[in-house]
Design a protein around this ligand. Structure first.
Ligand SMILES: [Fe+2]
Length: 364
């Protein structure tokens, strides 16, 4: 991997701002607070190192129960979906209707690092609280990973932060893995270099996996993992791919270790949320809830099948062991792909994000 890529974890200490009519007032369109704060990209590694050791805690609002809520949107595909900006606008208006969101997150395939996407990023940045970016493959269609991160104000391609009583991990699975003999080489996605054999794409690099082990060992809060590429999903009757399994195995090991050291402790890693597939699915592997969050814009099967309304969801997580997902429900603008004989072997093809209530093992 290139040495200049920042890789450390970190947390920001952004204070939460109360709800504002930020969409209607240019005056509130203030500078955003990205995953790791507002420093320049070049200084990210040092900054991340500093914040990671500061012991800073998330400032997410929570009620007496410790419950927090955050907003999720994914796969807007600005530059491909013709109305991506209006769809993001709809998400931001829904965000504005929520009091005290802990943060908002986009799970990748957001936009290219190009001038025509500047206003799109600014729209997302109008949220006055914490904003979380996850890199998706198409975000490197027209630029390097570094350029995309700079465009978004994202300072570390992976990392973690705390919000309320919960820990959140952001992964970057946009890496090519090529094996030569007994050696595996990893390359960042960069200007569409990843349109190659699918087996080579979507891997976490060893540096990131080692960091994940350490981050989870240090975390003492229940944890949710964000990635663009799926974790916990495969085709019908197919095992999970090794690139997913090697990440999940780290999550399982963290859960086993937490339980070994304190049998009464709650489940440490409780959920993984991902995008990329443009489907609405839920699976559970070794207690970990895996959610495939549907695209805001469309399903792809032999072409674009737009959703009549923008899709996004709000997730509430409660220390009592419950996760609630409140999604958006729409329909295809044309016939369902299945009615057209398309995507017949693909699970979760729907123009909705389902409402779900799931439980995880809590303390005691
Ligand atoms: Fe996508």
């Amino acid at each position: 991997m290139t040495s200049e890529m920042p890789t450390s974890s970190g947390q920001d200490t952004t204070p939460h701002h109360s709800r504002r009519d930020f969409l209607r007032s240019a005056a509130t369109a203030t500078a955003g607070f990205s995953l790791l704060g507002g420093l320049t990209f070049a200084g990210a590694k040092a900054a991340a190192k500093a914040t990671a050791t500061s012991g800073s805690k998330g400032s997410a609002p929570q009620d007496e129960s410790g419950e927090i809520t955050f907003g999720i949107v994914t796969d807007l595909h600005h530059g491909l979906a013709p109305d991506a900006t209006q769809r993001l606008q709809a998400f931001m208006e829904a965000v504005d209707e929520h009091e005290d969101l802990a943060f908002i997150a986009q799970l990748g395939d957001f936009c290219h690092p190009t001038a025509d996407a500047r206003d799109f990023v600014s729209l997302f940045d109008q949220f006055p609280g914490r904003k979380v970016h996850v890199l998706g493959n198409h975000d490197m269609d027209k630029g390097t990973k570094s350029e995309t991160m700079r465009h978004w104000g994202m300072e570390s391609r992976f990392g973690s932060f705390d919000a309320g009583d919960f820990h959140f991990v952001v992964l970057d699975l946009n890496n090519i893995r090529q094996v030569e003999g007994d050696k595996a080489n990893y390359t960042h996605y960069d200007n569409a270099n990843f349109y190659i054999d699918a087996e080579l794409r979507g891997w976490a690099d060893p540096e990131q996996l080692a960091w994940l082990v350490d981050d989870l060992a240090a975390a003492n809060k229940q944890t949710i993992v964000f990635s663009h590429q799926p974790l916990g999903f495969s085709g019908p009757d197919q095992p999970l791919h090794q690139r997913q399994q090697e990440v999940l195995d780290i999550l399982y090991a963290a859960n086993r270790e937490a339980r070994r050291t304190n049998p009464d402790a709650g489940q440490k890693v409780v959920a993984c949320l991902s995008g990329h597939l443009h489907v609405d699915r839920h699976e559970r592997h070794n207690e970990v809830h895996c959610l495939s969050v549907n695209s805001a814009s469309y399903h792809w099967a032999g072409g674009m099948h737009p959703y009549a309304d923008p899709l996004f969801c709000f997730v509430t997580i409660n220390p009592a062991g419950r996760i609630y997902i409140r999604g958006q429900h729409s329909e295809f603008t044309n016939a369902h792909p299945w009615q057209q004989g398309l995507a017949m072997n693909t699970a979760g093809v729907t123009a909705s994000i389902s409402d779900r209530a799931v439980v995880y093992r809590r303390e005691g």
